[in-house]
Design a protein around this ligand. Structure first.
Ligand SMILES: Nc1ncnc2c1ncn2[C@@H]1O[C@H](COP(=O)(O)OP(=O)(O)O)[C@@H](O)[C@H]1O
Ligand SMILES: [Mg+2]
Length: 224
């Protein structure tokens, strides 16, 4: 059984008289340990696609199967459980809470997740180690560089042991060298923790570092 199976996924938006098909009949299989990258022009449907996989947007038609369950058919409670247990999310902007330290920011999803808070601190410190920030445990976001904040966001996305990490242009506003550092961390997590990763990036050089590069164009996904 595959980790994630996407079947004939379509999402249309209607604004006034105009209808846009942002995701157009996409089928895709993601196995445990896969590392996919998706490149494509702005407006090609990338964010819409990962938002549906992450359960934060409902498709117009099609299925997103995880453990043989179509998450699009789940009620809100089951859907948020799914999001907590299965999925780690990383968005373009790190969005750390400024009044919390790095460690406290990482612990936040654990508080709402079903995982016990016991050992949470140890785990937060373990993940700060993985992303190379062992000496910043008690630093506030304002005391961290952009790249360091992004690393905290990676650790936060991983604290509930998700099967899949979804990252939507997580390095968009970083310099080239820092982007590369973040990419190395993704590769390490993928290899060592066997987390499957779907990474959206505008940077083709970074995308080439993943195991498989896909291109999104007018709502269609094609292998490059
Ligand atoms: N909430 C929405 N309402 C209407 N149209 C939307 C909405 N979200 C996205 N779209 C449209 O869907 C298309 C794909 O957008 P998006 O998924 O954000 O692309 P990308 O992430 O590749 O830049 C665009 O034409 C965008 O305008
Ligand atoms: Mg986008």
């Amino acid at each position: 059984m595959s980790l994630l199976e996407i079947k004939k996924l379509t999402k249309s938006f209607t604004v006034g008289d105009t209808s846009t098909t942002a995701v157009d009949n996409i089928s895709l299989i993601v196995e445990k340990g896969d590392f996919l990258s998706i490149v494509g022009h702005s407006g090609s449907g990338k964010t819409t696609f990962v938002s549906i996989i992450g359960g934060i947007l409902k498709p117009t038609s099609g299925e997103v199967l995880i453990d043989n369950t179509d998450i699009c058919s789940l009620n809100d409670d089951l859907l948020s459980e799914y999001r907590n247990i299965k999925i780690g999310f990383m968005f373009q902007f790190a969005s750390l809470l400024p009044m919390l330290t790095a460690k406290e920011n990482i612990l936040l999803p654990g508080i709402f997740g079903s995982n016990s808070h016991r050992n949470g601190e140890d785990k937060a410190i373990e993940y700060l180690n993985i992303v190379g920030l062992h000496d910043k445990v008690n630093s506030y976001p304002s005391q961290l560089s952009g790249g360091q904040q992004r690393r905290v966001a990676i650790a936060r996305a991983l604290i509930n042991n998700p099967d899949i990490l979804l990252a939507d242009e997580p390095t968009g506003d970083l310099d080239e060298e820092t982007e590369k550092d973040i990419m190395d961390i993704f590769t390490k997590i993928n290899t060592e923790k066997k987390v499957s990763i779907i990474l959206i990036t505008h940077n083709t050089d970074l995308a080439k570092m993943s195991k498989k590069m896909l291109r999104m164009s007018h709502g269609k996904l094609e292998e490059v």
